[in-house]
Ligand binder design. Structure first.
Ligand code: DGL
Length: 293
């Protein structure tokens, strides 16, 4: 059995890398739905259907647990799938599978509080407001998940989201660095104008953006902390697996990389991020749902 890692495209590799560092012996299947990337501007129902299809492929190929290494899918599809679909999958496959997202651990890292914690509303003066900027796809920004969930837990933290409609596609297409740099600078400037100053901390709330985190770091004021989503997810997965021994992550260190798009080597941008050659194989089981959009 194995851990499945799913994203619309290559962004999920930023999470995959942190997961494999934390669990080197586990078996990992990575699936990029490059036939349908980007997800960020799609209607919610499409995101749910595509995410379900990706998880189905990973479950069919031996994953016990799927990590949605995609903020958009985690914000829009995760709860629906957990509540209305996973129980059927368990019955059908006759084994205890599950799907988890990446937003909960990121919010835990940003607030410094466990998910169960909700702040008591006391009123009173807040001495210093900590402003977090979230850069994300339009879908994640429209869900307002970071604003809502952080506000429930920390009254002294304000969240401002900046939707970046073209950035995941540009990273997927390995656009020239100057083009990516201009795009990132434009979004950092737009967000700072809206806040009235630069954010105190930032979340790269789309896994694609971690591939160019150096450009965000350079566009933000010096030493602005980036809340590291891949590490937050890896820390929380290790704890989750310890609590769920019924889910088998495998033990042979297997690493498979699949795409619903064109198989072949990764782009130069991704190869540089990965630190070596990487190739995607054709998706092993093709469910008919994959061709609906
Ligand atoms: N990498 C994804 C995320 O974290 C989605 C990018 C996209 O397909 O728009 O939101």
């Amino acid at each position: 059995m194995a851990i499945g890692v799913f994203d619309s495209g290559v962004g999920g590799l930023s999470v995959h890398r942190a997961l494999t560092e934390a669990l080197p012996q586990a078996d990992f299947l990575f699936l990029a739905d490059q036939a349908h990337v980007p997800y960020g501007g799609r209607p919610g129902e499409e995101i749910v259907a595509l995410t379900r299809n990706g998880c189905e492929i990973l479950f069919q190929n031996g994953a016990d647990l799927v990590i949605l290494a995609c903020n958009t899918a985690s914000a829009i599809a995760l709860r629906r799938l957990q509540q209305t679909w996973i129980p059927d999958v368990r019955r059908r496959l006759g084994r205890p599978v599950n799907v988890l997202g990446i937003i909960v651990p990121t919010i835990e890292a940003a607030t410094g509080l466990p998910w169960e914690h909700e702040a008591e509303r006391r009123g009173g003066r807040i001495e210093k407001l900590d402003v977090i900027g979230v850069f994300s796809t339009p879908g994640t920004a429209a869900s307002r998940v970071y604003e809502i969930e952080i506000d429930k837990r920390r009254q002294d933290v304000a969240v401002f989201s900046e939707p970046c409609p073209d950035l995941a596609r540009l990273i997927e297409e390995a656009a020239p660095r100057a083009r990516l740099e201009a795009e990132v600078k434009g979004h950092v400037a737009a967000l700072s104008r809206r806040i009235g100053r630069a954010p105190d901390r930032a979340i790269l709330g789309c896994t694609h953006y971690a591939i160019i985190d150096d450009l965000f770091q350079a566009a933000l004021p010096r030493a602005t902390p980036l809340i590291h989503q891949p590490k937050a997810v890896a820390d929380s997965l290790s704890l989750y697996l310890a609590r769920h021994p019924e889910l088998n992550p495998g033990h042979s260190g297997r690493r498979d990389f699949y795409t619903t798009g064109s198989p072949g080597p990764a782009t130069p941008l991704l190869t540089a991020f990965w630190g070596g050659p990487l190739a995607f194989a054709a998706c092993p089981v093709n469910s008919s749902a994959a061709n609906r959009f």
